[in-house]
Design a protein around this ligand. Structure first.
Ligand code: SF4
Length: 325
């Protein structure tokens, strides 16, 4: 690990002042410490966020607010989260290990880096780590990689389960740099790799996620997160689906659908939502809607199975919520 300086500011203003453009923020440290040990990240300065007042989980008439420093484990079992947005609780409880969930912050979870093995191995090229050096995953080992949103520069998946649930729910992140604040939908916050895979999101240097806002959606009480993986614990998804369903008798009134494990960012599916809305609550409706999820998919040598698997993941989540099982 390279030497670095350490600071622990007591206000967001101080933490994000323009004097810290090359610094790395640390909260739970569950991603950044690993990456610093591997020398994938070499920040000259580490700014500890834990003294900042970016906490609290509250439900209001507008929806849910989660402070960015809240722990994954506390958020997962919070009564308002569990009761109103089961999809968030389930996504968190299916993430990482209990020990990591006890340490990792919600903001850090949304900013975690890809698990592409080449990215974490500094002895191989990687456009995300060293822009312009190449992408060995495209012709190499790519079973875990993306089929949607890829480019000739990068095919890495986004690793966060929570982000998939939040994108489905049309959540936003509040960002702060100095005295300047802005609110972005999470869907807009994340960037496709295109020719610049090292730029994964719209955060400016020194800018922080301070809180997450989830719109009120009373029928999200009927929501779920289905995660398909090689083993049932402590594993990243092959495919996942965050689904909420509003049902009136045998008709679908509305839906929210996003998928993970297949996209270079958490993959929102408004076209699947539209294909479900106003349709009868039947398996045929689910199958027809899920087909739209893979429009434009570009499989690689080892991950073509995801085209079928992600459709079945969506269908299974819909069957569960629709009571067709
Ligand atoms: Fe790097 Fe992306 Fe290629 Fe992985 S897929 S080696 S992260 S450029």
């Amino acid at each position: 690990m390279r030497p670095f300086t350490y600071e622990s500011p007591s206000s967001v203003l101080e933490a994000t002042n323009p004097g810290h453009p090359d610094s790395a923020f640390i909260a739970g440290g569950t991603t950044i410490v690993d990456l610093m040990k591997l020398e994938v990240m070499k920040p000259p300065k580490v700014v500890d966020l834990n003294a900042l007042p970016m906490r609290g989980i509250e439900m209001s008439p507008d929806g849910l607010r989660i402070g960015a420093l809240e722990k994954m484990s506390d958020t997962a079992v919070h009564p308002e989260v569990a009761a109103n947005y089961p999809v968030i609780s389930e996504a968190l409880l299916k993430s990482a290990s209990a020990q990591i969930r006890n340490m990792a912050s919600i903001g850090g979870n949304l900013l975690q880096r890809t698990r592409c093995g080449y990215f974490r191995d500094v002895n191989t090229p990687c456009n995300k780590r060293e822009p312009g050096s190449g992408c060995p995953a495209i012709g190499g080992e790519n079973r875990m990689h993306a089929i949607l949103g890829t480019s000739s520069s990068c095919v890495a998946t986004h690793a966060s389960d929570l982000a998939v649930a939040l994108v489905a729910l049309e959540a936003s992140v509040r960002l702060q740099s100095g005295a300047s604040e802005r609110l972005l939908t999470l869907d807009d916050f994340y960037l496709l790799p295109d020719g610049t895979p090292h730029q994964e999101n719209q955060l400016l240097p020194g800018e922080l996620i301070t809180e997450i806002r989830v719109p009120r959606l009373p029928w999200a009480t009927r929501s779920t997160y289905l995660k398909i993986r090689d083993r049932e614990s402590y594993e990243f998804s092959l495919t996942s689906a965050a689904v909420a369903l509003d049902v009136n008798g045998d008709q679908i009134r509305d839906a929210r659908v996003a998928v993970g494990g297949v996209g270079t960012k958490p993959w929102n599916l408004p076209e699947v939502r539209e294909a479900l809305t106003g349709k009868p609550l039947t398996l045929e409706t689910f199958v027809a809607a899920a087909k739209l999820a893979v429009a434009g998919a570009v499989p690689l040598k080892h991950n073509a199975f995801k085209i079928d698997l992600v459709q079945r993941t969506i269908i299974r989540a819909l069957i569960k919520l629709g009571g067709l099982a």
